[in-house]
Design a protein around this ligand. Structure first.
Ligand SMILES: [Zn+2]
Length: 93
């Protein structure tokens, strides 16, 4: 199945320590993205489908931003689409 977007990120708590992570996968033919995360604030982990639209995704093209909210403590895990990810498969690096 063709992928539209996939990423894995480390997540930091408010003190800047890496305590969580998020994986995001979006297939071209699916309207929803699959998100798996470990919350850096409370340690809660979950796998869920989220609609590929606001408020989860904002911005367009290489300026996309993502926001995943922890299902337990409500902490908002925000991250940007990386430029190198936008160019993946074209540079071979
Ligand atoms: Zn949490």
């Amino acid at each position: 199945m063709p992928l539209e977007f996939i990423t894995t990120r480390e997540l930091v708590d408010k003190a800047g320590a890496v305590k969580g992570m998020v994986k995001l996968m979006k297939l071209v033919e699916e309207p929803d993205a699959l998100v798996e995360y470990v919350c850096p604030m409370c340690g809660f982990s979950e796998k869920k489908k989220v609609a590929w639209a606001e408020p989860f995704v904002t911005g367009t093209g290489a300026n996309k931003k993502f926001c995943v909210q922890c299902g337990k403590c409500g902490f908002q895990m925000k991250f940007l689409k990386l430029k190198k990810e936008a160019a993946k498969g074209k540079k071979g690096k």
